[in-house]
Design a protein around this ligand. Structure first.
Ligand SMILES: C[S@@+](CC[C@H](N)C(=O)[O-])C[C@H]1O[C@@H](n2cnc3c(N)ncnc32)[C@H](O)[C@@H]1O
Length: 272
């Protein structure tokens, strides 16, 4: 079948960054995530971008944070087989496939309508995995979700693209609509946002950032329904053993300090 993918906006196109990063990781002899579906999707679309020059050292962060979110979701679903899962700004990620959600779980991948149209062409249907094409800042999409089941919400690489007020409203709508659950996402702190301006490989992203950066603990001030379960600091996680030697050494040193660890990628995990 010939693919006829919709033209994507610059923000929508950021889905290729995470997808190609996970695909690159999957091609390594010792992958951190091993997302072979990401690789299959990149090959199927023939996507190439000269700005994305992945190396083993640069892809570990994307692969590792996806792995941490998968682990959180997998544990939640094991405890709540009647759960729903929601992936906010899912892009072309196939998390439900990676974590192999059981048929008792309904999983919802939410992204802009054109991204969802691309997903529908590229990713085979799977029972109990649904797509919702919507702008997350629009309150209406949430009404189609069951409110009375435990909910696992994840967002990978999304929050920098939401203005602070939109992120706060989205979190509030989620905790108002859903009875109980957990939410986990990677935090874009002010250091990450500033560092992106200086890194030649990430500078092209800066005009798309709507967030000035925030910390894991800011979220609980903005939404008292949320309790912080854990700040998962990637530099302190076991996958560091798989980093290339120079990065591993630097990371082990950074991990000795909590402040330095927080400057790296943090996956914040909350309950409500
Ligand atoms: C960096 S990509 C990450 C995609 C995916 N989570 C992954 O890990 O591959 C960010 C995604 O957020 C989506 N996004 C950003 N703002 C959004 C909004 N207001 N509503 C819906 N999706 C949004 C983009 O379309 C894009 O797919």
């Amino acid at each position: 079948m010939t693919l006829s993918l919709p033209a994507l906006t610059p923000v929508e196109e950021t889905l290729w960054i995470t997808l190609t990063g996970r695909a690159f990781d999957s091609r390594q002899p010792d992958p951190i995530l091993g997302d072979t579906m990401a690789d299959a999707l990149v090959r199927k679309t023939g996507y190439t971008n000269h700005k994305l020059r992945w190396t083993r050292a640069s892809c570990v962060e994307v692969a590792q944070r996806a792995k941490k979110l998968d682990e959180v979701a997998r544990r939640f679903i094991a405890r709540h087989p009647d759960a729903i899962g929601i992936d906010l700004g899912a892009g072309l990620d196939t998390r439900a496939l990676r974590i192999d959600t059981p048929p008792t779980v309904d999983w919802y991948d939410v992204d802009f309508p054109d991204v969802v149209a691309a997903r529908r062409q590229l990713i085979p249907d799977r029972p109990h995995v649904h797509t919702i094409g919507a702008d997350l800042t629009d309150p209406a999409w949430l009404q189609s979700l069951p409110a009375d089941r435990p909910a696992m919400i994840v967002a990978d690489g999304l929050m920098a693209f939401l203005a602070e007020a939109d992120m706060i409203s989205l979190l509030r709508r989620l905790t108002d609509h859903l009875r109980s659950g957990e939410i986990a996402f990677n935090v874009y702190n002010t250091f990450t946002v500033r560092a992106a301006k200086l890194a030649p490989s990430a500078r092209f992203l800066v005009p798309l950032f709507k967030s000035a950066g925030f910390g894991s603990r800011d979220i609980v001030h903005w939404n008292p329904e949320l309790t912080l379960i854990k700040e998962i600091m990637l530099v302190r996680e076991p996958e560091v053993a798989q980093y290339p030697p120079a990065l591993r050494l630097w990371t082990r040193l950074a991990a000795l300090s909590t402040s330095l660890s927080r400057l790296g990628t943090v996956v914040a995990h909350y309950r409500f």
